[in-house]
Design a protein around this ligand. Structure first.
Ligand code: ZN
Length: 207
């Protein structure tokens, strides 16, 4: 087990697509353990393999209380099979230290994936809770998509990125989510988990 270095925004590897894992080998299990250790060491709730420089379709998540955690979930070759109800939420990423901004996500999602033993399982995130959002966030990383591509206010995000010395939002990667935005506004424009920065560092600095 070891803690690996996290790739930061600006590194082109984060834009690359990760490859399917053909066999859940010993090497993959060791990588998963390292990713869990790395996620905990950085007080994150999720981490994708590409964030430690491995272009493999795998991520780890633990949304339990940071002070009493040890409930890691490993998803190998995940597939999104159901999603509904757009919501707005405040989000961050371990590859973007201390940057949080409002993004669009789905409140309810269902994924299927393989576990550490190569067995298929289904996982659901509901009601816009942290698990639902973390699953979408990590899944995106496997296709080179980052949370800022879902940003609701690009200029606000640019300001926050500049404050932390990170490159600005890349407009060519911004996703067209106008239909989601319409639903969010129609539903009252509420942002889920708009918490203060200290709390965010604990709860949401992911991913
Ligand atoms: Zn992330």
């Amino acid at each position: 087990m070891s803690i690996r270095k996290i790739v930061k925004y600006g590194d082109p590897i984060l834009r690359q697509k990760s490859k399917e894992i053909s066999k859940v080998s010993k090497k993959i299990k060791i990588l998963a353990e390292d990713m869990i250790d790395t996620m905990y060491a950085n007080r994150g709730v999720g981490l994708a393999a590409v964030q430690v420089g491995e272009l493999l379709r795998m991520f780890v998540i633990d949304v339990s209380d940071p002070n009493e955690r040890y409930n890691p979930i490993v998803l190998i070759n995940p597939k999104l099979i159901k999603k509904d109800t757009p919501v707005a939420c405040s989000e961050g990423c371990l590859s973007f230290p201390e940057v949080f901004t409002d993004v669009r996500r789905y409140a309810n999602v269902t994924f299927k994936a393989l576990d550490m033993h190569g067995k298929p399982f289904i996982i659901e995130g509901k009601d816009g809770e942290l698990l639902a959002r973390a699953l979408q966030h990590e899944y995106d990383h496997l296709d080179g998509i980052m949370f800022i591509d879902h940003v609701r206010n690009r200029f606000d995000a640019d300001e926050k990125l500049a404050e932390k010395g990170l490159p600005p939002v890349q407009p060519e990667y911004l996703l067209d989510e106008s239909e989601m935005e319409d639903v969010i506004i129609a539903n009252g424009n509420k942002v889920i988990d708009k918490v203060d920065e200290n709390e965010e560092n604990v709860e949401e600095e992911e991913k």
